[in-house]
Write a protein of this length. Structure first.
Length: 165
């Protein structure tokens, strides 16, 4: 099994990234590397945070993971730096901006959902406390009734029914 340097692997990964966007099969034919090896390298590069698309020629068909990686990479760039970055990757600034907006809206939806769930949970807790209080009250009333019935039975046993005349 041949070991390849990190520089070599990176040079292969750059062929998969914009602007070249070569497919795994193209690179395999060019280099003689197996497709399995290339897929594994791409997976490792993604795990390290590199935005390596899945070989799609159309940027809009990239995975959400790749788009998010691009958004993270460009988060702190100025407009000029972003434009330069986009040119080097074969992207449009508008695409990256749209992806950033989508990420922000997705997170906002999660926050709204979490707030709603917390409100529902508080409401359910309040209902539970109310039901537990009612249950304690009913148990006390039942215990009192049972005690009265026992006393009545004992009184009847001691003094009789009062129906003997």
């Amino acid at each position: 099994m041949a070991r390849y340097s990190e520089e070599f692997k990176y040079s292969i990964m750059t062929k998969m990234m914009p602007p070249q966007n070569q497919s795994v099969s193209e690179i395999a034919r060019e280099t003689g590397l197996s497709e399995g090896t290339l897929y594994q390298w791409r997976k490792q590069a993604r795990a390290k945070g590199l935005a390596v698309p899945s070989g799609e020629q159309e940027v809009e068909r990239w995975s959400t993971q790749d788009k998010f990686s691009i958004v993270v990479e460009t988060a702190l760039l100025s407009e000029v730096e972003l434009a330069e970055y986009c040119r080097s990757k074969g992207l449009y600034v508008e695409q990256v901006t749209a992806w950033r907006d989508a990420c922000m809206q997705a997170n906002g939806g999660v926050a709204q959902q979490a707030t709603r769930l917390q409100k529902d949970l508080r409401h359910k807790d309040k209902q539970l406390r109310k039901m537990e209080q009612e249950l304690r009250r009913k148990e006390a009333a039942l215990a009192e009734t049972a005690a009265l019935l026992v006393l009545r039975k004992k009184a009847n046993a001691i003094w009789g029914d009062g129906e003997d005349a």
